[in-house]
Design a protein around this ligand. Structure first.
Ligand code: GAR
Length: 187
C-alpha cells in the first residue's frame, strides 16, 4: 500500500498528533505523517514531532507571506493530504482551493451544533443531552464541510467543562483514525 504523504497542522497540546503518529506506524494505515506544521513556537505538540523524527515547521501566521510559506512547505514535502488536529487558525481560501477535498478537521462537538470556540461551556449552558466529536472535510465555511465520522456520549449531571473535554478527547482518539481509514478504504 502506498501511504498518502500527510501533514498534520497543530497549535497546542498535540495529543491527536501523537495518536495519529502511532496509528500511522502500522503497515495498513493509509497515511504517512511526513510533516507537522505549527503556528506556535512553544506548542507542546512539537515534542511528538521531535520524538518520532518527523520534520516540523513553525509558521507564524502574523507574517505577511505566511500563506505562501505554508504552500511552499507543503509542496517541498510532496504533501497530498492534510489533517487539522487542534489547529486554531482559519485556513485561507487559497490553501483550501489548492487542497480541495483533501483537508480534514476534528472538532469537539456534534456538528453542525457548536461550531467555533468554547464548545463545552456553550453545551452546558444549553443543557445539552449529548456531546461528542466530528471529523469533517474543510471548506471555506467555519466548521462547515461534509461530515466523515462522528462519535457521541451522553452528558451526565456531574460533567463539567474539564470532564467533557476529557471524555471528548478520548473519543477523538478513535474517531480521527477511523475517519481516515473510512476515506481511503474505497480509493
Ligand atoms: C481537540 O480536542 C480538537 O477537537 C480541538 O482542539 C483539541 C486539540 O487537542 N479542536 C478545535 O477546537 C478546533 N476548532 P490536541 O492538541 O491535544 O490534539
Amino acid at each position: 500500500m502506498v501511504k498518502k504523504k500527510t501533514c498534520i497542522f497543530i497549535s497546542g497540546q498535540g495529543s491527536n498528533l501523537k495518536n495519529l503518529i502511532l496509528h500511522s506506524r502500522e503497515n495498513n494505515f493509509p497515511i504517512k505523517i511526513s510533516l507537522v506544521i505549527c503556528n506556535k513556537k512553544n506548542a507542546n505538540g512539537i515534542i511528538y514531532a521531535k520524538k518520532y523524527k518527523i520534520p516540523y515547521v513553525i509558521i507564524n501566521t502574523k507574517k505577511l507571506n505566511y500563506e505562501a510559506k505554508v504552500l511552499k512547505t507543503l509542496k517541498k514535502y510532496k504533501i497530498s493530504f492534510i489533517c487539522l488536529a487542534g489547529y486554531m487558525k482559519i485556513l485561507s481560501n487559497n490553501l483550501i482551493k489548492n487542497y480541495r477535498g483533501r483537508i480534514i478537521n476534528i472538532h469537539p462537538s456534534l456538528l453542525p451544533k457548536f461550531k467555533g470556540l468554547n464548545t463545552f461551556s456553550r453545551m452546558l449552558k444549553n443543557k445539552e443531552i449529548k456531546a461528542g466529536c466530528t471529523v469533517h472535510y474543510v471548506n471555506e465555511k467555519l466548521d462547515g464541510g461534509n461530515t466523515i465520522h462522528k462519535k457521541l456520549f451522553f452528558i451526565k449531571n456531574k460533567d463539567n467543562e474539564k470532564i467533557l473535554r476529557k471524555k471528548t478527547q478520548k473519543l477523538e482518539y478513535r474517531a480521527f483514525p477511523e475517519a481516515i481509514i473510512k476515506i481511503f478504504r474505497n480509493i
